[in-house]
Write a protein that binds this ligand. Sequence first.
Ligand SMILES: Cc1ncc(COP(=O)(O)O)c(C=O)c1O
Length: 367
Amino acid sequence: MNAAGRIMLTPGPTPLPPEVLEAMSRPLIHHRTEEFGALFAQVIEDMKWVYRTRGTVLMMTCSGTGAMESAVVNLLSPGDATLVCTTGAFGDRFVAIHRAFGLKPEVLAFEWGRAVDADALRAKLRALKGLRAVFFQHTDTSTGIVNDLKTLAKIVHEESDALVVVDSVSGLACEPLETDAWGLDAVLTGSQKGLMNAPGLGFAALSPRALKAVEAAGLPRFNFDYRLIAKSLADRETPWTPAISIVVGQAAALKLLRAEGLEAVWRRHDALAAHARERLQKTLGLPFFAKDPANILTGVVLPAGVDGNKLLADILREDGISIAGGQMHLKGKIARLAHMAYISRADVDAGVDALARRLAPTGEVRR
Ligand SMILES: Cc1ncc(COP(=O)(O)O)c(C=O)c1O
């Protein structure tokens, strides 16, 4: 529960630890100073630790979508052949970004609630020639699935020379991810989910292969030009004014993650997801949406006749608990209860109870 008495069970932004709130409330420092340079350099080092990479990590002031766009404009040229694997709303966003820059990606779409199928990916790669990059989500927040990136990246490398580009906006620091060991060339994220910070920072982890592609890419870019960002990073600076307070908050959040240990963070998510699903099952007995579920959230299919939008608005107004609804065609049909980042077991229990009070008021489980 936060200081305003509100419980955030949303899959981003997520609630903030008091240490992060305190850090962000400190008086502002200027970004072209030794003090900021040292803090920024520490954030980049800590992000390499989170990403499990010895490659390059760049920071941008933007949301997760900006980080996604940055990969498209820095890795690709007009006319490049790409494949986007979509498992929900965020794969569709990669497609939309491609189209905004005049690219025509091949799309391999999977039923919402399902992860990318390895055999279907292999077959698609065999049918396509000269691919420059293949795009995936680590976790798709719209459906609550997790992709087996280790296997998928291996298949891409076996079948093509394409770069593997991953949106881990909602997966990083929640679910296992090994940038170097799995051969991921570009991994994008945002500050407001597993990184336990306010929205406002985007990060990209880049392999040596990706850095080469950055030099060759021909799409227009300016604000997100990785060449400019990397050049400034060498001087412990950013090319433009960064979201200074959020960088300070990020340093505090990364310190907490370091103290806990990354494997321990992954295990905590595993345990909290299991707890949430057991309680949901016991109290509501409603079907879960995802067939290949991630540890970040559980999508619950609401009974026919229940207005999901009203249900979640009532819970927010009456109980002060924020639970996400469905996106696009799932609007009003599912509730997405997050159990990630700084969300606690007590928060999850309060959210499950709030749903149960309205959906199973007699204590009788609906099936
Ligand atoms: C998997 C995934 N990708 C991309 C985004 C987009 O991030 P943002 O809303 O910060 O632009 C989100 C945000 O919900 C996400 O969950």
